[in-house]
Design a protein around this ligand. Structure first.
Ligand code: PLP
Length: 220
């Protein structure tokens, strides 16, 4: 079981960065993992999880939430506009707001229900053509629209390009958040979360290092 080990590594990274222990939220990314592995981590007392797919979340989390009412589930995958309504019912936070059509949709839905999950704006720090996220040059204008729409934006999220040194991307995301007065930084995964903590991450998203490799062929 990887939870104790990941928590120890996180605490060590917090100390090394001169940050308070417990100041970084560990999001346990449970997408595509066998239910038994997720339940073991829930029983071990962990309460913050990340999922990528609305359908998968709708299939498994209502039952776990009934048993563990203080569990939180964060949406970290791309969100289709036509699944936004379902997402508001399923998630405590959405890390992947990245386009105006979704801003409008979420704002309308949130107004109607009088509540909205915490919002992070995804930034395409590497300006990769195929990747989701707001381009760095367009971020400040986009954030103005998000705030004007009254969405509770808490911070920024990024996934650095594969093969790149992630540190310049983490640092750039931190600067973008600071100049926009945002305190949340969702960055760092299994392979690079210690670097992300050093760069100021407030939320790290750790899947395979905690649960083991994902097997996309045999979903439970
Ligand atoms: C799957 C996923 C993760 C977890 O990745 P690991 O490398 O398994 O830690 C983190 N963030 C996002 C956005 C993901 O899609």
């Amino acid at each position: 079981m990887g939870l104790a080990l990941i928590k120890a590594r996180l605490a060590q990274a917090e100390r090394a960065a001169g940050r308070a222990e417990g100041s970084v939220t560990l999001i346990a990314v449970s997408k595509v993992q066998p239910n038994a592995r997720v339940e073991a981590v829930l029983r071990d007392g962990h309460r913050v999880f990340g999922e990528n797919y609305v359908q998968e979340t709708a299939g498994k989390w209502p039952e776990w939430r009934a048993e563990f009412p203080d569990a939180q589930v964060h949406m970290i995958g791309p969100l289709q506009t036509n699944k936004a309504k379902q997402a508001l019912d399923l998630f405590d936070a959405i890390h992947t707001l990245d386009r105006s059509s979704l801003v409008k949709k979420l704002a309308t839905l949130a107004q109607a229900r009088g509540a909205c999950p915490d919002i992070f704006v995804q930034v395409n720090t590497g300006s990769e053509p195929q990747k989701a996220g707001v381009l760095p040059d367009e971020l400040d204008g986009f954030l103005k629209d998000v705030i004007a729409a009254d969405l509770p934006v808490r911070g920024l999220m990024c996934i650095p390009p594969e093969g790149d040194d992630p540190m310049p991307h983490f640092n750039a995301l931190g600067q973008m958040a600071a100049r926009n007065g945002l305190s949340g930084l969702s960055m760092g995964m299994s392979s690079d979360f210690e670097a992300a903590v050093a760069a100021g991450a407030t939320h790290i998203r750790v899947g395979s290092a905690l649960f083991g490799a994902r097997d996309y062929g045999h979903q439970s």
